[in-house]
Design a protein around this ligand. Structure first.
Ligand code: DX5
Ligand code: ZN
Length: 215
């Protein structure tokens, strides 16, 4: 069954504690979108926020690094108790395998992320190394964008590549998920479904998480 990973990018930053407690109660994992204004055209939040969230999050934290030089931040994330850490292949290129190893040394699960314009085959060298693959379903940088449906073909292509190699890495999808497309996404075999606006823009976020899960 797919796990629901609410993104606090869409949460109420004046009352973050309330939204983290909601994820603790109803979500499976909490998604932290870190943007640097260089790899992506937006800036989100950094350790001043993550350090505080870490004190109250009881579900695992999944950091999504949309930054150049992600290797600079992994140690501090691990010290904060982050369990899953993904970074963009666009940022690391030929250093990707090395960063996966470093993340493992720090005791975290390693994820490799790609934007929709990067061939999914770029991930193949990391099959058997990465714990999960984040196939972006919008261009990284902003919440509230429209889901790109071709992403589901990419997920199935990646799933087939994993199966051919007998590997069980998880596939995460991020961006534009809503109550209207969640079932199709679940049926495509996605393991981790990130959702920001669909959860925190809903009148009843707990009910939205339940509906995304298909429960
Ligand atoms: C976009 C972020 C997403 C974002 C998703 O760059 O990586 O995690 O929060 O937001 P929604 O679900 O609103 O598309
Ligand atoms: Zn994200």
């Amino acid at each position: 069954m797919a796990q629901i990973v609410p993104s606090i990018l869409a949460a109420d930053f004046l009352h973050l504690e309330k939204d983290v407690q909601l994820i603790n109660r109803c979500g499976d994992i909490i998604h932290l979108d870190v943007m640097d204004g260089s790899l992506v055209p937006n800036i989100s939040f950094g350790f001043s926020v993550i350090d505080q969230l870490a004190k109250i999050a009881t579900v695992p934290m999944d950091a999504h690094l949309m930054v150049v030089h992600p290797e600079r931040w992994v140690e501090k994330l691990a010290a904060d108790g982050v369990r899953m850490c993904s970074f963009h292949w666009e940022a690391t290129g030929s250093n990707t395998a090395r960063l996966i190893s470093r993340i493992h040394e720090l005791g975290m699960q390693a994820g490799v992320a790609i934007n929709p314009d990067i061939p999914v085959s770029r991930l193949y060298p990391y099959i058997g190394k990465a714990d999960y693959f984040l196939v972006m379903s919008v261009f990284a940088g902003f919440g509230g964008q429209k889901f790109i449906y071709e992403t589901l073909d990419r997920v199935m292509t990646l799933r087939a590549a994993l199966e051919r190699r007998g590997e069980k890495a998880l596939i995460e999808i991020d961006g534009g998920v809503n109550l209207g497309n969640a079932q199709t996404i679940r049926e495509a075999g996605v393991d981790l479904i990130v959702a920001g606006s669909a959860v925190f823009g809903a009148e009843d976020p707990a009910a939205a998480i339940k509906a995304l899960r298909g429960a």
